[in-house]
Design a protein around this ligand. Structure first.
Ligand code: FES
Length: 371
């Protein structure tokens, strides 16, 4: 109840005092029911650290107000949506970045930015309709016409083009979206870059012809219905050892690419949109210490660091709460981390200096957080 009251500061009984009914109980009274009601005002939202709807206010708390300026179908079940700021320009982005978009129904979703990197202050995303998803993609497809109001936060990039040397991009399905600008950027930097684009059927593969137009010799578009199964191991066995492989797509593809890269000693970077699966039954309790105050808080086996911080009144921004967006990242000063996110690279995990508090835990007894 305390957490609910913190998050809904206007929470109150939904029935007037005189309308409440009581059950006859020996010596004490018991309410027949306890309806609650609340008004989520701007003040209440601010107190609870939540974000008002796009229609309610403009820029605040890092959010920027914008709207849909164009949309078109780019494949079966894939819609491309172009966004612009209501005033000024949307922030610049780098290839591999994802945008955080708040829809008019208050859902917040992340999508990779795609298309040409221009300086017109507009963003383009492409969204696959996920019939069994949580509703964000359905809303983008069915209820977000041109002119719809949205809010966005500045892009984050956990999947940047890094290092030197050749680049091999492997995209599966809608995982093509970050790869189009990454391919262009790698080429612009004079790096040898190739793209392998895998999908089930050609008409379901967004931007297939745009990708192909970048060069038959460097781009492979592979619809399995036409060509059968793609031999990943054979493809990866031919690349030079200084190649960095980037992969975005379904988890099964990412795992196959990671395993093949391991086998051939290649550096692999992956962008995941689905949470990694873990067995929570093996969770152990541990403690977190807040560096700023020295306060120590216990985290139970069934709790997350994020929930413990929230209960203590320490607000950490969190969007996906599944370890896939990187919003809840917190610095770690001391302690071994049990990483369970899908954002950090192998090297970043090894550094043990940052944690996604929505899913990751402590591998020992205590973590000291930069909070
Ligand atoms: S809230 Fe998205 S990674 Fe934690």
């Amino acid at each position: 109840m305390r957490v609910i009251a913190d998050r809904l500061p206007n929470l109150r009984f939904g029935k007037a005092y005189e309308d409440r009914q009581y059950l006859p109980v020996r010596e004490v009274r018991a309410l027949v029911d306890t309806p609650f009601a609340w008004d989520v005002t701007d003040e209440g939202r601010a107190k609870a650290g939540r974000h008002p709807k796009p229609s309610e206010i403009g820029n605040d708390d890092g959010w920027m107000r914008g709207h849909v300026i164009a949309r078109r179908k780019v494949a079966t079940d894939v819609v491309e949506i172009v966004l612009a700021a209501d005033a000024g320009a949307l922030p610049a982005w780098t290839p591999g970045a994802h945008a955080e978009i708040e829809l008019p129904n208050s859902m917040i979703r992340q999508y990779s930015l795609t298309g040409e990197q221009t300086d017109n202050g507009q963003w383009t995303v492409a969204v696959l309709r996920e019939a069994d998803g949580r509703g964000g993609s359905r809303f983008m497809h069915d209820d977000l016409p041109v002119g719809s109001k949205i809010r966005v936060r500045p892009p984050r990039n956990h999947f940047p083009l890094s290092g030197e040397g050749p680049v091999l991009l492997i995209a599966g399905g809608i995982g093509i979206t970050p790869m189009i600008p990454m391919l262009a950027a790698a080429e612009a930097r004079g790096r040898h870059a190739e793209l392998v684009y895998l999908g089930k059927s050609r008409d379901g593969m967004a931007y297939a012809s745009e990708a192909q137009a970048r060069g038959q010799d460097r781009v492979t578009v592979w619809p399995a219905q036409e060509n059968g199964r793609f031999d990943l191991a054979a493809r990866l066995s031919t690349v030079s050892s200084d190649t960095t492989v980037y992969c975005c797509g379904p988890e099964r593809l990412i795992q196959a690419v990671e395993q093949a890269c391991e086998k051939f000693g290649l550096t692999c970077r992956a962008e995941r949109f689905v949470p990694a699966q873990f067995d929570d039954s093996t969770n152990e309790p541990f403690e977190i210490e807040l560096r700023s105050t020295g306060e120590v808080l216990p985290v139970g086996a069934g709790e997350t660091i994020l929930s413990v911080l929230g209960r203590r009144g320490i607000f950490v921004q969190s969007t996906c709460q599944q370890g896939t967006c990187g919003t809840c990242e917190v610095g770690v000063v001391e302690g071994d981390i049990l990483h369970r996110d899908s954002v950090l690279t192998k090297e970043e995990r090894a550094a043990d200096d940052t944690i996604m508090v929505c899913v990751s835990r402590c591998a020992g007894k205590r973590l000291v957080l930069k909070l």
